[in-house]
Ligand binder design. Structure first.
Ligand code: BGC
Length: 775
């Protein structure tokens, strides 16, 4: 755990330069706009420890799988969103010396991420080995309104000399992924062009043949006037640059604007990439840095208008939640159904920028409530488009008749993960995809989605579960053998309660949607039956039979569901009995020891109770919570949020708050000692859920919004915005009660503390919890 980020409600601030923290800060101060993103590397040269990172969404490379022992069914490759050309580079040379914060004496260093307006700023004074001093103010952003573009404003002032600055403004495409399996470089050069004040380079990924054209143009100003400089073009393999020499006077500021763009062949014909890239570069250069920055601030204001959470009385908590919301909005904007949300967003290479169940299980509620419904719809369509691949994936494992197993890790629908216990066994991911469809339709009432796309996915998933279970003669029930539940600290277990329960839920939901689509849209249903070769008889009869005869492990004596058949055979020790030196287990213990231990990585039975909470009474949830939480080490960032929500539901406000703290500043305080690899982007949505579903008690039930809020003791108030079926609602919880404000032109009926209220268009209602008796 670190504690070096300054507390501020709208900004992330680092003061003083500590090279040991640099990789952590590079992750935390990352920028993105949904289409591209980058770590907070320095513009000028840096020879200290750094993880260079620039990413273009959707552009990946199938890195050949590396395993010790090959198993049939393993994917051939792990797809990685590639580290792409570095467009921020501005090399500063002063009379033969390079400005490099690793070799210079750095003072007054300050790095700031302005979340309100969406830019990164860095200021410092550096003394070079020769004693020459410069002051630098560097600002940059990835534009939301021109989402293939970024811009830099780099200001440099000599403090104790006059002379010349030699500036090299480059695009460096000679980039390697740190996580390359065979130490290969993934890019080939296609073309490059260097002009006086601009340069372009097109690179092609090996094997996948995506092309990305990166362009840049720059301007140099002194005294608010552009300088007419003659530039020296520089090129070498996968590298283009322009070099200028600028005369400078002591204390005179020189401003460099660098405009850049990344265009990918996913969006343009390859032979037109350069042309489009040049047009965009010209457009943004004409627009100018200040105008672009102003548009950026407006675009972010619109995002905050819809998604901000305001906490008063606790600046650290305020900063934490805003940071999470900021990173989520930087990662996914929902305009392109080919894109998804990698667990690290654009902040690092780990997890390869690929899609996990994290999207459906954790991110969907955030985007549903804070963005246009189309954003979540696109996340669902992403999986719809991968249905055929999911069917092929299941076929590879021996399933038939259109059974679909979605991958644990994917970018184009094919499975990328290659640890047998996860690839073949962590099949609960299928249920999260079905559950996201349910959540979306329940939230938006877009039932058209079901007949057009959703039902086809649900049938594929239901078919998978129907084949994956088997009849146990001994038990005279269906069982599901050899699985890994969400708790990855035990593998190849039988009858994981969560997986069995969610499988049943999927069958039930598929049956319900079949009935609905058949009744309301018989023609669409007939088309779908034909397309999927769906035989209602015998398929649904088998599903019904499974529903009635599935085995779900439980311990009646303790009144708990069993994580898996053998769970109670494990040694009965609790997390509190573990010595701190043993944590985190996954770094300190052998895998063998972890697998045999009772320790749980993340919510498992409790994940099921969270998803299906209305099926269980409070006492059942409490018994399971009290049994499993003390055995849970929360070594996945996805764990604390589910516990925060359940603790809040159980009325344990203090514990809910403690769990929230673990998730909200996970990266800012480097809680798990791994932020240098990148931020935990998908779990940031869990943080949002802890506030809105945990402290706010928000649920959608019986077609209505419900709130059951409480105010954490440390806070004076908190408020969040929710979009719900055309209405925009602000919910503010303070000592005075719950203030609901409807910002939209339509009235909304909802329930607070189990009592009904109508909030008229553009009106507010203040509810005092003591007066809110149930009706
Ligand atoms: C968790 C998974 C998760 C993955 C990516 C793992 O540590 O156990 O549930 O999908 O990280 O976030």
């Amino acid at each position: 755990m670190k504690n070096y980020i300054k507390t501020d409600e709208w900004n992330i601030i680092e003061e003083g330069f500590d090279p040991h923290l640099n990789k952590i800060s590079e992750s935390i101060f990352s920028l993105g706009n949904g289409r591209m993103g980058q770590r907070a590397n320095f513009e000028e040269a840096y020879s200290g420890e750094t993880l260079l990172g620039n990413y273009v969404a959707g552009v990946y490379y199938p890195d050949k799988t590396r395993v010790g022992w090959w198993k049939n069914g393993y994917p051939e490759y792990f797809a990685k969103v590639l580290n792409a050309a570095n467009w921020i580079s501005i090399d500063v040379n002063i009379a033969g010396e390079t400005l490099n914060l690793h070799t210079a004496q750095v003072t007054d260093f300050r790095r700031m991420l302005n979340m309100r307006e969406g830019y990164l700023q860095r200021t410092f004074t550096a003394e070079l080995p020769s004693g020459k001093q410069v002051k630098v103010n560097a600002q940059r952003f990835c534009s939301i309104s021109d989402d293939e573009a970024g811009a830099i404003c780099y200001q440099i002032t000599p403090l104790n000399f006059s002379g010349e600055l030699t500036l090299t403004l480059a695009i460096d495409g000679d980039i390697k992924n740190q996580d390359a399996n065979y130490d290969e470089k993934f890019w080939d050069e296609v073309t490059k062009k260097v002009y006086q004040d601009s340069a372009y380079i097109t690179l092609r990924t090996k094997k996948t043949a995506f092309e990305v054209c990166t362009g840049m143009q720059f301007q140099v100003y002194q005294n608010d006037q552009p300088l007419a400089l003659s530039a020296e073009p520089i090129q070498r393999e996968k590298y283009v640059a322009s070099r200028v020499t600028v005369p400078v006077e002591q204390n005179q500021e020189t401003t460099i604007f660098k405009f850049a763009a990344n265009l990918s062949s996913e969006n343009y014909p390859k032979d037109k990439l350069l042309e489009h890239c040049r047009a965009l570069i010209q457009k943004i250069t004409r627009k100018g840095y200040n105008q672009m920055l102003q548009e950026q601030a407006q675009a972010w204001a619109a995002k905050w208008e819809e998604s901000d959470i305001v906490i008063t009385g606790d600046a650290a908590a305020q900063q934490g939640i805003r940071f999470n919301i900021f990173q989520l909005n930087q990662t996914y904007t929902g305009e392109d159904a080919r894109l998804n949300i990698g667990p690290k967003g654009f902040t690092g290479e780990k997890y390869g920028g690929t899609t996990y169940w994290d999207t459906e299980a954790y991110c969907v509620p955030f985007y549903l409530a804070t963005a246009d419904p189309q954003v979540t719809r696109n996340l669902l369509i992403y999986r719809y488009k991968h249905l055929q691949k999911a069917i092929e994936n299941a076929e590879k494992l021996g399933f038939t008749n259109g059974a679909a197993l979605y991958p644990m890790v994917t970018i184009n629908g094919e499975e990328c993960h290659n640890e047998w216990e996860i690839t073949f066994e962590e099949i609960h991911r299928n249920a999260a995809i079905a559950f996201a469809i349910y959540r979306y339709v329940q939230y938006t009432q877009d039932s058209a989605y079901l007949k057009e796309y959703g039902l086809e996915v649900l049938i594929g998933i239901a078919r998978f579960w129907a084949q994956r279970v088997n009849w146990s003669k001994a038990k005279q029930q269906y069982v599901m053998l050899g699985v890994t539940g969400p708790n990855e600290y035990e593998n190849n277990v039988n009858n994981n309660w969560y997986t069995n329960t969610m499988a049943l839920w999927c069958l039930e939901y598929a049956l319900e949607v079949i009935t609905q689509v058949k009744a309301n849209s018989p023609d669409d249903y007939a088309g779908l039956v034909q397309r999927t070769n769906f035989q209602e008889e015998p398929e649904t009869t088998k599903w019904q039979h499974i529903l009635k005869n599935m085995y779900l492990p439980e311990d009646k004596e303790q009144g708990i569901f069993l994580q898996q058949d053998g769970y109670l055979d494990k040694e009965n020790i609790l997390v509190k009995d573990l010595k701190p030196a043993n944590r985190p287990l996954n770094q300190k213990w052998s895998w063998d020891r972890i697998l045999r231990s009772p320790f749980i990585k993340q919510a498992d039975v409790l994940q099921g109770m969270y998803f299906l909470e209305d099926r269980f009474d409070l006492e059942t949830i409490r018994r399971n919570f009290d049994f499993y939480e003390p055995r849970t080490v929360h070594e996945s960032s996805l764990s604390p949020c589910v516990h925060a929500i359940l603790a809040a539901k159980l009325g344990d406000e203090e514990r809910a708050y403690q769990f929230y703290l673990r998730t909200s500043r996970l990266d800012l305080d480097d809680y798990n000692n791994d932020t240098e690899d990148g931020c935990h982007t998908t779990s940031m949505a869990g943080t949002w859920m802890s506030v809105v579903e945990g402290f706010g008690g928000m649920r959608v039930r019986n077609n209505q919004l419900h709130f059951n809020p409480f105010l954490p003791a440390k806070w004076q108030s908190f408020s969040f915005k929710i979009r719900f079926r055309g209405a925009i609602l602000n919910v503010e919880i303070s000592q005075e009660g719950v203030l609901l404000t409807n910002f939209s032109g339509r009235a909304i009926a909802l329930r607070v503390y189990d009592k009904s209220y109508d909030i008229q268009a553009n009106a507010s209602v203040l509810i005092n919890p003591n007066e809110a008796a149930p009706n």
